[in-house]
Ligand binder design. Structure first.
Ligand code: GTR
Length: 326
């Protein structure tokens, strides 16, 4: 009944927290994501924000601009490079044009399994590549899971590469994926994720490729009802911080952010495993035509020229990736 402000140590702590939160040196980290809240990536970044807030006594917090509020991933990366945005979570697929070496992860069937990808990104190679982002004005904080990507379209199931002939397939904004599509016999058209639903609806493209959770949460099945399990790409997600802003932070705070980032990766992987299962079950219930009858060896063979062409360029990296277990 009384709205008296509590006195004593409680008030002291609250005021101290408020002062720190609003005070000098406080930073609200703005972070973007194309996915909505509830998706493993956005939830993991929210978790990272909670950890930071708690551990820094309110000095750091994260505000998530989700659901493509800030547009596509290419633009988000540019904003982070400029320091206009502190952080973004994107697919490694769009990082290749910034630090070329990441394209070694963007080659079809370069990873033999999710476990193989984990061992690569969590090991020496993954960490080395994160460090190389600095030349592109980015601080690589970590990787997240995104499962395997498969084709979907509005016309037919895809069983073998010949089925892709004559189909226009949206790919992520990176020329390497256009080559991948040509190798498989289709036509790759780079389009931002935020423009994809309409592009399929209006027939600019016949389909696209992605993991089941993206296909499901973006409701792409409404306009492209055939999903075929080609699993041709295992491209991890990545989250990056603006080097411009990073360089203004005290080393102990940078360390705190790195630690929270590690925990965010762990959290996302747990959420991802559950989300992938849930998405597949939901899609089946929605009457999506899921085609598991895919001639994977034929797809692996059809994409060999792409791996060879780029393999030359990223030779050392690819030899090392192949040598990793999994
Ligand atoms: C999703 C990924 C997004 C985005 C999207 C796309 O799997 O989580 O970051 O890259 O694919 O295809 O553009």
């Amino acid at each position: 009944m009384s709205n008296r402000i509590p006195a004593g140590p409680v008030l002291g702590a609250a005021v101290a927290a408020m002062l720190t939160a609003g005070g000098a040196g406080a930073l609200e980290i703005k972070s973007s994501d194309v996915h909505a809240m509830g998706y493993p990536t956005t939830e993991a970044i929210a978790y990272m924000g909670d950890l930071l807030n708690e551990r820094s006594g309110g000095k750091y917090s994260i505000k998530i601009f989700h659901s493509m509020q800030l547009g596509g991933e290419k633009e988000a990366l540019e904003q982070v490079q400029l320091g206009a945005l502190e952080m973004t979570r994107v697919s490694v697929g769009v990082v290749g044009p910034i630090v070329d070496d990441f394209n070694a992860f963007n080659l079809p069937y370069v990873f033999r399994s999710i476990e193989h990808m984990h061992n690569v990104v969590d090991g020496e190679i993954g960490q080395e590549l994160l460090a190389r982002l600095e030349v592109g004005g980015l601080i690589g904080l970590g990787y997240m899971d995104a499962g395997a990507r498969s084709f979907y379209n509005k016309i037919k199931p895809i069983r073998e590469p010949a089925d892709l002939q004559g189909l226009k397939i949206r790919v992520m904004q990176n020329p390497i994926f256009v080559e991948m599509m040509s190798g498989m016999g289709g036509t790759g058209i780079p389009i931002a994720f935020n423009e994809l639903y309409t592009a399929m609806q209006t027939g600019v493209v016949d389909g696209a490729e992605n993991n089941p959770p993206s296909y499901s949460t973006q409701k792409h099945f409404e306009v492209a009802g055939y999903y075929s399990l080609t699993e041709h790409l295992i491209v991890p997600e990545i989250f990056v911080f603006s080097k411009k802003v990073w360089d203004t932070l005290p080393p102990e705070d940078q360390q705190m952010i790195r630690e929270a980032a590690k925990e965010a990766t762990k959290k996302e992987r747990e959420l991802w495993a559950a989300m992938e299962q849930k998405a597949m079950a939901e899609l089946q219930g929605l009457g999506v035509q899921i085609n598991a009858d895919v001639d994977k060896p034929a797809f692996i063979a059809a994409t060999a020229p792409v791996r060879e062409k780029f393999g030359e360029k990223y030779k050392d990296l690819i030899v090392r990736i192949e040598a990793v277990e999994g």
